[in-house]
Design a protein around this ligand. Sequence first.
Ligand code: GTP
Ligand code: MG
Length: 141
Amino acid sequence: MKKLILMGRSESGKTTLTQILRGEEINYDKTQYIKFDNELIDTPGEYAQTNHLGRALALYSYEADIVGLLISALEPYSLFPPCITCMVNREVIGIVTKCQAEGANPDRAENWLRISGCKRVFRIDSATGYGVNELIEYLNQ
Ligand SMILES: Nc1nc2c(ncn2[C@@H]2O[C@H](COP(=O)(O)OP(=O)(O)OP(=O)(O)O)[C@@H](O)[C@H]2O)c(=O)[nH]1
Ligand SMILES: [Mg+2]
């Protein structure tokens, strides 16, 4: 699998997605620091939510093959500015999480990710498994 780094606000579902991709049981585990393994880099939401820490994310992206920007379909606004993908020289994909949660608005979240520069956007729901296989196939290509 290509090495993926996940970025997005707290509660956007980064850690849950890493658990799904590793085939682990889902257990809530607040991310306190940037966590590396062979195929995944999980980051705390606070890095995306804090201006000076956000710059560190751009540097960490060079440890990965692909950058995943996450927005939950429940989020009321996007943290990612327009055209932010040019900050890194890695492929950047968008991942909309919580697509099947009550009140989800995946179209709005996908639109924000496209404005930020993501050419490819995956829609998933880690609670139901919706869309996860498509993402795994893509990472294995
Ligand atoms: N329904 C639904 N719930 C999800 C999904 N992804 C995550 N959750 C839930 O959302 C909450 C936060 O998920 P996390 O994966 O811990 O979020 P995170 O982005 O890692 O958050 P930080 O570690 O704080 O940055 C947990 O209660 C998850 O069970 C999803 O796709 N669908
Ligand atoms: Mg986390």
